[in-house]
Design a protein. Structure first.
Length: 211
């Protein structure tokens, strides 16, 4: 069976976004510091339709995340909104007409909606919960893995349910001092370390579920 994996960047004090997020600054105050290591990578820039960038010790770790056959994310990760779709000012999401996924994306939401096709990516909106989203994502992914794209609440739900097979935390040496914590309220869980990859800008910590 395909694996369900999570790749997510956090600050040294455990935040995946800074305080006071807005549509203009979805990562909150100071949150852009979390992803400077990604913005430098040639492979990340190419996946987002940009030129330039560098190849360094972080490149292989990032490129592993490109192999997923489907992605699951929460409503706030998709658009930053809540409530009925007709009242969401960002109802088509953050990624414009050509999202970088190029594989099916399943969005967890309380509000039903027809699938949305943007470029090569189809967003399917799932109202039946995390197990249904995972079942649909696995069917769409075929023999490839399924990625949890975020945000923190969805990641915790899959972790608490024991459904995550692999978790990679990209730990950035920055302090945000507030915002959205990745593991706040998470149920006790035992993980097994798999790998540590360190670079000057970020430390990549990979775990699998269970002892």
């Amino acid at each position: 069976m395909t694996q369900l994996r999570l790749d997510i960047t956090t600050s040294l004090d455990g935040y995946v976004a800074g305080p006071h997020p807005t549509l203009e600054k979805p990562l909150g105050e100071g949150g852009e510091l979390l992803h400077e290591w990604l913005f430098r990578l040639a492979s990340f820039r190419a996946a987002h339709g940009m030129e330039g960038g560098e190849v360094n010790e972080d490149t292989p770790v990032f490129e592993e995340s490109l192999g997923a056959g489907a992605t699951i994310m929460g409503r706030r990760m998709f658009s930053g909104g809540a409530g009925p779709w007709e009242s969401d000012p960002n109802a088509n999401g953050w990624w414009g007409d050509e999202p970088p996924f190029h594989t099916p994306v399943f969005v967890l939401t309380h509000y039903a909606r027809e699938p949305l096709v943007l470029g090569e990516t189809t967003f399917t909106f799932v109202t039946e919960g995390i197990e249904s989203a995972l079942e649909q994502a696995r069917a769409a992914a075929g023999d490839r893995d399924v990625a949890v794209g975020g945000g923190a609440d969805v990641a915790r739900q899959y972790l608490d349910a024991g459904l995550l097979d692999q978790l990679t935390v990209h730990l950035v040496p920055a302090l945000l001092g507030g915002g959205t914590r990745l593991f706040a309220g998470a149920a006790p869980a035992e993980l097994t370390p798999v790998r540590v990859v360190a670079s000057p800008r970020v430390t990549h910590l990979t775990y699998r579920k269970g002892a």
